[in-house]
Design a protein around this ligand. Sequence first.
Ligand code: PTJ
Length: 248
Amino acid sequence: MGDIEVPESHPRYQSLLTRHRIEAGVEKGITSKQGLIAEGRGEAFDYLLGERTLDSADEAERAAAAHLLLARHPVVSVNGNVAALCPAELVELAEATGADLEVNLFNRTEERVRAIADHLREHGAREVKGLAADERVPGLDHERAKVDADGIHDADVVLVPLEDGDRAEALGRMGKTELVVDLNPLSRSPRVAAVPIVDNVIRAIPNVTRYARDLRDAPREELEAIVEAFDREAALADAERAIREGGG
Ligand code: PTJ
């Protein structure tokens, strides 16, 4: 997807680039129109957080990498926003952690699932799940309940960028460990996640990959110690503090 001609020196370069990617995603049939609204909400929180990765988010990203490496069957859930924003980075994360990529949409249409799967393949993905949709997440009546039996349904650890609160709770009831990326620390999904990552997906996904590569050969005990030491309440509280204090 072609990026716009914005000079890198522009103070809002990253945010303009991100907007353009979401817009191009809508044009390509990848991102839903509601995705534009979600992007606006995300941008507002990113602005309040100082458009940078907080130390507490960096710790969450390291804990997420440890969870993915320890998992029996890790899956990275992909929606229309994250597919438009960082497709190649999702493929790299899946490769670094041995996770499956599964398209799972809030506003599901078969056409959009196929377009996202094709888009991920264009960015190097070998296998993309989510097309079979032969199982359901119990207790959810909307389209996001549709999952693959050998994908999210079987997973023990799921990384969900931009999750909706209902499904986050439903996956939790299934006993899955959820790693949620969401710029809004008050949103229900990060609040129910084992690892809430309050950061922009465009920074969070590559950073989880970097940690996964660093930790790839670490002994299990070291990974378990990272998971144990992570304090989800403290991470959420730190993000709220940063917003109140203005990006600090
Ligand atoms: O592609 P689909 O059909 O699965 O739909 C995806 C969206 C995102 C449209 C759908 O899940 C939705 O409506 O989400 P919400 O309820 O608007 O929630 C989106 C959350 O993601 C909000 O809390 C935003 O702050 C946050 N968010 C938006 N952009 C980013 C983000 N978090 C991290 N990085 C972003 N770039």
